[in-house]
Write a protein that binds this ligand. Structure first.
Ligand code: NG1
Ligand code: ZN
Length: 481
């Protein structure tokens, strides 16, 4: 097991602590999908002294209310099983003829029979692991003994089904918790991913357009650097590919810092894909994304012609070399991604391929950097501010911006100074909102003025957005006329 797999297991299993209490019957189950290993379901034990879960005649069964950690652990069991036999594993959430308040999980091998009996002791041990550390230790030991290569392993397929018990619905829902979920907008030109980290929380972790852009950028940069490595071929390796990243004012500050730190060339345009697209087309490879998931990768014709020639040269002289493979990968990306203004489906395919290539889970991807808390509000023309505040604005076109809208509200006079003062920029010593950034701009699609604020805490971002919304009201609301 590699480091990422261990840390994924530790963090995910700590979300599924074994149930506590004296009255549990000995089995419980709960699902979760790991992107590294496919579905992982595990049985968790009960920590009550003297009570031990065991793999019964047909898997684990218990009162449905205590099955979560168990099912999670049976999922973990299913993944190495599928790797071992190089085939699909089935998990059936059911307690068969038991009373309706019970539930359970059966593990089916591809033959259609139950889990091979020589794996039952492992199933028992795993379900009775005390804590996440012991769980990880047991898995590492087991896969080593069984010679199952999980590091860099191909993903496996686990089929999941349930009976009609009402508890099954929540167990299946729970199974999706660590799924990689993608969400497309109505006309499928925007794409974001998300994780539902905890069953008890109604929050999701958004993996937005900025992170998609970062993933694409890392991958392309890596392939370009492999391709540019010296190789003794009588060809033309002196072409310097210009890779450019294009963003608007909206990317999270953490993403801007991250891309800068990678040493990438980043430029900014006003909001709207027509501006981003135009700018990205000026590069050999231009990657653009809005935080809201609108974006793609553009390849210049000139660069693609060079790349094709170079690929042929490498194929002739160094077929299968890392440079040859990198060239083929970049070509494949140019064919996979739709270079039209927005095609979220091709975006999903590229994300999936890159994650697979890197061997990354969505968690690993999401950890590239941590977003700063942010808040977006809208001040409507004669309307109200969504979410927090109400502002009436006489005329949204009164707000004119510059610098790709990143900071400056040029008119009305004085408003930018007031925003800067609120953010703390004009104070030489004290910064009112640590890591604060705030700007306003008139929407191009709605009759509103958008207020965006970010800061080191959610409260600070909310408060900054609210204060600036008040300023918008003072300068542009009815009170100002
Ligand atoms: P406006 O209404 O100009 O903010 C919104 C999005 C843009 C873009 C367009 C086109 C934000 C803040 N704004 O523009 O990014 O996607 O719609 O659909 O997300
Ligand atoms: Zn759309």
């Amino acid at each position: 097991m590699n480091k990422d797999q261990r840390s994924l297991l530790l963090s995910s299993s700590s979300r599924f602590p074994p149930p506590q209490g004296p009255h549990f019957s000995p089995s419980r189950i709960f699902p979760f999908l790991s992107t590294e290993f496919g579905f992982w379901f595990v049985n968790f034990e009960m920590l009550t002294p003297g009570v031990k879960l065991s793999y019964g005649t047909a898997g684990f069964r218990a009162d449905a209310s205590i099955l979560q950690s168990t099912l999670y652990r049976v999922g973990i069991l299913a993944a190495p099983r599928a790797l071992k036999i190089q085939s699909v594993i089935g998990l059936m959430i059911t307690a068969s003829h038991n009373k309706v308040s019970d539930n359970g999980v059966k593990v089916a091998d591809p033959s259609g029979g139950m889990l091979s009996q020589d794996w039952e002791p492992f199933a028992d041990t795993l379900t009775n692991a005390r804590d996440p550390q012991q769980l990880v230790h047991l898995i590492a030991e087991f896969v080593e003994n069984e010679k199952i290569a999980v590091d860099g392993a191909k993903s496996v397929e686990i089929l999941l089904a349930r009976d009609t018990r009402s508890s099954g619905e929540s167990l299946v829902e729970a199974a999706k918790q660590l799924f990689r979920c993608a969400s497309l907008d109505g006309d499928a030109d925007r794409l974001v991913y998300f994780i539902v980290p905890s069953r008890s929380s109604n929050k999701i972790e958004l993996v937005d357009g900025d992170k998609i852009l970062s993933l694409f950028a890392i991958f392309i940069k890596e392939q370009l650097s492999i391709l540019s490595k010296e190789i003794d071929v009588n060809g033309n390796n002196d072409y310097q590919c210009r890779l450019g990243i294009v963003q608007t004012a909206y990317p999270n500050g953490a993403s801007m810092d991250y891309l800068k730190q990678l040493g990438l060339e980043v430029t900014f345009t006003p909001t709207g894909v027509k501006y981003l697209h135009e700018k990205a087309a000026k590069y050999d490879i231009g990657i653009y994304f809005e935080a809201n998931g609108h974006g793609t990768i553009l390849f210049s014709e000139h660069y693609l012609r060079w790349l094709e020639t170079r690929t042929t040269e490498l194929a002739d002289a160094f077929k299968g070399s890392e440079q040859h493979k990198a060239a083929l990968r970049i070509l494949a990306v140019s064919e996979l991604i739709n270079q039209a203004v927005g095609d979220a489906l091709s975006g999903v395919l590229l994300v999936e391929v890159i994650l697979k290539h890197m061997g990354w889970s969505i968690q690993r991807w999401n950890e590239l950097y941590q977003d700063l808390p942010s808040r977006q509000l809208k001040a409507s023309f004669l309307g109200h501010l969504s979410i927090l505040w109400s502002v009436k604005v006489m005329d949204r076109t009164a707000v004119v911006t510059e610098n790709a809208e990143t900071v400056a509200a040029v008119t009305p006079p004085g408003i930018q100074e007031a925003i800067d003062a609120e953010t703390g920029f004009s104070l030489l010593i004290a910064v009112k909102y640590p890591r604060g950034r705030c700007f306003i701009r008139p929407s191009g699609t709605e009759d509103v003025i958008r207020v965006y604020a970010e800061a080191s805490t959610q409260n600070a971002a909310d408060s900054l957005a609210k204060s600036v919304a008040k300023l918008v009201d003072q300068f542009l609301g009815f009170g100002s006329s």
